[in-house]
Design a protein. Structure first.
Length: 171
């Protein structure tokens, strides 16, 4: 299995939209979007990719197998001085590709970027409390649970908890 991890480019916009739309259609996916809720146009996605790339505390990474997007990770920094050191991580891996080390490789690249860029000291994320695999992966990288948001997500008639996890990057 030859997986390439690289930064997203504007020309990836259409493929990224198709990737996210496919994720939202998965029966038991642990993301905060339902079927049909991702409505970004190619131009908006292109601009988002450019905006992320232009910031000194943000990056969008793609995991590719034979040119197909099979995973995605975004570290999105904040612009205000008081919180510029903090970034929010979101990650997904396509069904059929989970459990093959792709999330691990994306996390390695993201944490390396955070350490090297010099602007990031805190990475935080939200994860479904039921997503034991993702929680284990984040803990492996040193993330710690900082809080629980009770009934934060509503899926298929049920309220679900999520966890706030964070990693402190030492200077």
């Amino acid at each position: 299995m030859n997986i390439t991890i690289r930064e997203a480019r504007p020309e990836d916009a259409g493929s990224l939209i198709a990737y996210v739309q496919a994720l939202t259609e998965e029966e038991d996916i642990d993301i905060g979007l339902g079927p049909g809720e991702f409505q970004m146009t190619e131009q908006q996605e292109r601009q988002f990719i450019l905006d992320v790339a232009a910031e000194g505390n943000s990056i969008m990474l793609l995991a590719l197998a034979s040119g197909e997007i099979v995973g995605q990770l975004t570290l999105k920094g904040r612009p205000r001085r008081a919180v510029r050191h903090s970034t929010v991580l979101s990650m997904s891996v396509k069904k059929g590709w989970r459990g093959r080390g792709i999330g691990n490789r994306l996390m390695q690249a993201a944490v390396a970027y955070a350490r090297e860029c010099g602007a990031i000291r805190r990475i935080e994320l939200f994860v479904f409390a039921r997503n034991a695999g993702a929680i284990h992966l984040y803990e492996k990288f040193g993330f710690q649970v900082e809080g629980r948001r009770r009934r934060a997500i509503y899926r298929k008639g049920t309220y679900l908890d999520d966890l706030l996890m964070a990693l402190w990057i030492e200077p």
